[in-house]
Design a protein around this ligand. Structure first.
Ligand code: RIB
Length: 310
């Protein structure tokens, strides 16, 4: 493998409508917001941009609508060094859209309209993989049709390409469908959706991770545990690697930043402990800034945070 891992992201592209408010409205309540911004997002696009900023050669297979948002989002991907040869506009559906409320603690609530992301089909995966490019890894999330995700897992496995799955957003599905995945990384709510186990302590998190490992055959399972850090198997034991203490502005895309760093280090064969340390640092930096793509850190920023942390 050359210096830069070549990673194909197969995933969603959204325009995020970000609303800031002191608190989330309760059912039936109206609250006053303080800000509204349109910010490029979508888990697939965020991870593709994060890969590029973190030093990978990144390409995205995805769909937008034939509308101004679609054009703008594709342009932003290119500006960020992401190869968009496999990003196409569909006529029948609008660009994907996420309305995100961010409260003063930096927590978010999201309503997602998949739009054109739903038009990404298994045959599109075959076409992308039939091209000349050789991939060091495929990176997936669950914001496109599940059959496309499952097809990409088997297509990657059949070609011997490591497949990394960020299991967001939370989806209840049979773990059998994920057989063939190489690295599986859900956050707390995604872990609960997949296993029925809430990973709120070391014992329950280890139990959930072991179940995911056994049921999917994944070589690495890395649970993102927010401000507690991440859990992975080191020398045969499930271990918690602690998070950094940072000022939280907005947690949106922290998981995307984490998984992109994890994917790069996995392809570089850094070792899972070091890969998780870098992923935690990349996730931590993303929570210190508002929005999805503007918050994603560079490799140098991750280096600096890890140096400061010692
Ligand atoms: O992971 C964050 C992303 O989830 C946001 O950018 C939003 O588009 C939703 O898809």
């Amino acid at each position: 493998m050359g210096e830069k891992p070549r990673i194909l992201v197969i995933g969603s592209i959204n325009m995020d409508v970000v609303l800031k408010a002191e608190k989330f409205p309760a059912p039936g309540e109206t609250v006053l917001g303080t800000d509204l911004s349109l910010i490029p997002g979508g888990k697939g696009a965020n991870q593709a941009v994060a890969l590029s900023r973190l030093g990978a050669s990144s390409s995205l297979l995805g769909r937008v609508g034939a509308d101004p948002w679609g054009e703008e989002l594709a342009g932003k991907l290119s500006e960020n060094g992401v190869d968009t040869e496999n990003v196409a506009a569909v006529d029948s559906l609008p660009t994907g859209n996420a309305t995100i409320i961010v409260d003063q603690e930096g927590e978010n609530r999201i309503v997602l309209i998949a739009g054109a992301n739903d038009a990404l089909l298994p045959e599109d995966v075959d076409l992308a993989l039939a091209g000349k490019a050789a991939w060091d890894a495929i990176l997936l999330q669950l914001e496109i049709p599940l059959e496309t995700v499952c097809h990409a897992i088997s297509a990657g496995a059949a070609r011997g390409i490591p497949v990394i799955l960020d299991a967001g957003p939370p989806v209840k599905l049979s773990l059998e469908k994920l057989r063939g995945v190489t690295v599986l990384s859900p956050n707390e709510s995604e872990t609960e959706a997949l296993t029925g186990i809430r990973p709120d302590g070391l014992e329950s998190a280890s139990r959930a991770a072991a179940l995911l490992e056994k049921s999917t055959g994944a070589r690495e399972v890395v649970l993102k545990l927010g401000d507690r850090g991440a859990l992975c198997r080191i020398d045969g034991h499930w271990k918690l690697i602690e998070a950094h203490r940072v000022e939280v502005v907005d947690t949106t895309a922290a998981g995307d930043s984490f998984t992109a760093a994890l994917a790069i280090e996995y392809t570089r064969k850094t070792g899972i402990k070091e890969a998780a340390r870098r992923a935690i640092a990349a996730g931590a930096l993303a929570v210190t800034r508002l929005g999805a793509q503007p918050s994603l850190p560079t490799a140098e920023e991750v280096d600096r945070l890890l140096e400061r942390a010692g």
